[in-house]
Design a protein. Structure first.
Length: 181
């Protein structure tokens, strides 16, 4: 697995780089398909925050994206917490992939989120993201929703070739919105 390390407002020591390469590099034992890992460190500048060191890790490979963000008093503890969190997510992914190969398609209602009230103001666009849309099946998109912890996922439906959005419904099931020609 190729591990890329970056930082903002903090320094990456050679020892930290070695630990990251060792611990994050070992995560490919859960899934052989993981190709790339991006690790980003940052530091909170507020003196009241105890867990100042932030570690964000994104694992990618064969259409799967696994991501986590943790905070800790120092970067080494942050790496340990991130690895622990990613191990849980990768075990979950591996179980779902194995269940799918054996014909199981039942999904849990895990991860349901309540929507917050709008606080009496008009909603506005506060963040813009750009990403590559990969062709995949709706089942693969459902797996990505669970792995990322999002309520929706934009993708190109490989069965029809059309842009589509898969979203998590309030009852725990999924809905599919697909563009027609």
């Amino acid at each position: 697995m190729q591990v890329t390390i970056s930082a903002r407002h903090t320094e990456i020591t050679p020892r930290l780089e070695e630990v990251v390469n060792e611990k994050i590099g070992r995560l490919d034992r859960y899934l052989d398909s993981l190709d790339r890992a991006e690790v980003h460190f940052s530091e909170e500048r507020n003196p009241r925050i105890v867990d100042k060191e932030i570690c964000e890790v994104t694992l990618e490979g064969h259409g799967h994206h696994v991501r986590c963000k943790v905070a800790a008093p120092d970067a080494f503890v942050a790496v340990d917490r991130a690895v622990e969190k990613l191990e849980k997510q990768l075990r979950k992914l591996k179980t779902k992939l194995e269940r799918r190969q054996h014909g199981g398609t039942k999904r849990d209602a895990e991860g349901l989120r309540e929507t917050a009230a709008n606080n009496g103001r008009e909603p506005e666009i506060v963040k813009v993201k750009q990403f590559a849309v990969a062709p995949m099946t709706p089942d693969d998109a459902a797996l990505q929703i669970d792995l990322l912890g999002h309520d929706f996922y934009v993708f190109t439906n490989s069965e029809s070739g059309n842009p589509a959005v898969l979203y998590r419904r309030g009852d725990g099931d999924y809905g599919l919105i697909e563009q027609t020609d």
